[in-house]
Design a protein around this ligand. Structure first.
Ligand SMILES: NC(=O)c1ccc[n+]([C@@H]2O[C@H](COP(=O)([O-])OP(=O)(O)OC[C@H]3O[C@@H](n4cnc5c(N)ncnc54)[C@H](OP(=O)(O)O)[C@@H]3O)[C@@H](O)[C@H]2O)c1
Length: 233
């Protein structure tokens, strides 16, 4: 079981939104050190965090971050972007970019940090998915988060014998820059961070951090028409 107190954590996208809330919540629970990454590390404002530059889709940038964070025991793959490219109308390059950030990015970071976490005696990885991993209403964003969910499920099996636990976080609308243009009820990044850390500490395979996510997950076994009322229109 993972204990946050005394752990050394790396949070990708730790300068704002859910990532910044995670950095604060980790220190509140007694983490020894938290690396917070951003493409521009000067945007990391938490006074105790160790800022690191990271572009998750760039292998050299991932390698450089890993080189500087050799003491990590807990990795949080939080960085993500929402292009929501339409499969029919958007340039296919936008679809690829969404996968580079949301699927290949966490994969590159995980591959770089697994040997480090192993050398440090084992630990934990949290991947930030979405309710949209289970609901295809946001084009390439939904697809990239569904693929990440699947990646997480496979990694959990591969990493268990190597002493690394894996948790996936699913959530609906959270009040961050990513949803600034969406007019819908939103939960706070702080509430998501608390539930995510509870999930890590209890060894949960999945954390469902709001009512919408719990409803959608519960509906997955039903007929697809129940999940997609648009089909009846
Ligand atoms: N907000 C929601 O409603 C919601 C719901 C479900 C899941 N999520 C997921 O939660 C995670 C955090 O989202 P958020 O809402 O906190 O969004 P946000 O406020 O827009 O922050 C996104 C973070 O990801 C980083 N990032 C984006 N692209 C990156 C790249 N190519 N390389 C490195 N870092 C990159 C950003 O870093 P910079 O500061 O360098 O730009 C930023 O720190 C994402 O994975 C998102 O998909 C969000």
């Amino acid at each position: 079981m993972t204990t946050i107190e005394g752990s050394v954590v790396l949070v990708t996208g730790g300068s704002r939104g859910i990532g910044r809330a995670l950095v604060s919540a980790l220190y509140e629970r007694g983490a020894k050190k938290v690396y917070a990454t951003a493409r521009d590390p000067r945007t990391v404002t938490h006074p105790d965090a160790v800022p690191l530059a990271l572009e998750v889709s760039d292998e050299a940038s991932v390698a450089a971050a890993a080189e500087q964070a050799q003491d990590v025991t807990l990795l949080i793959n939080n960085a993500g972007a929402s292009v929501k490219a339409s499969f029919l109308d958007a340039p296919v390059e936008d679809v690829r970019r969404e996968f580079e950030t949301n699927f290949y990015g966490p994969l590159l970071v995980t591959r770089a940090f697994v040997p480090i976490i192993e050398r440090n005696g084992g630990g934990h990885i949290l991947n930030v998915h979405s309710v949209l991993s289970w609901l295809g209403i946001a084009g390439s964003y939904s697809a990239s988060k569904a693929a990440l969910w699947s990646q997480t499920n496979s990694l959990r099996l591969e990493l268990k014998p190597r002493g690394i636990e894996v948790t996936g976080l699913h959530v609906g609308y959270v009040d961050t820059d990513l949803t600034a243009k969406i007019d819908a009820p939103k939960v706070t990044p702080e509430s998501v961070a608390v539930q995510a850390l509870d999930g890590i500490e209890s060894g949960a395979y999945e954390v469902l951090a709001d009512d919408l996510t719990r409803q959608v997950k519960a509906g997955l076994a039903a007929d697809l028409a129940a999940l997609y009322p648009q089909l009846a229109a």
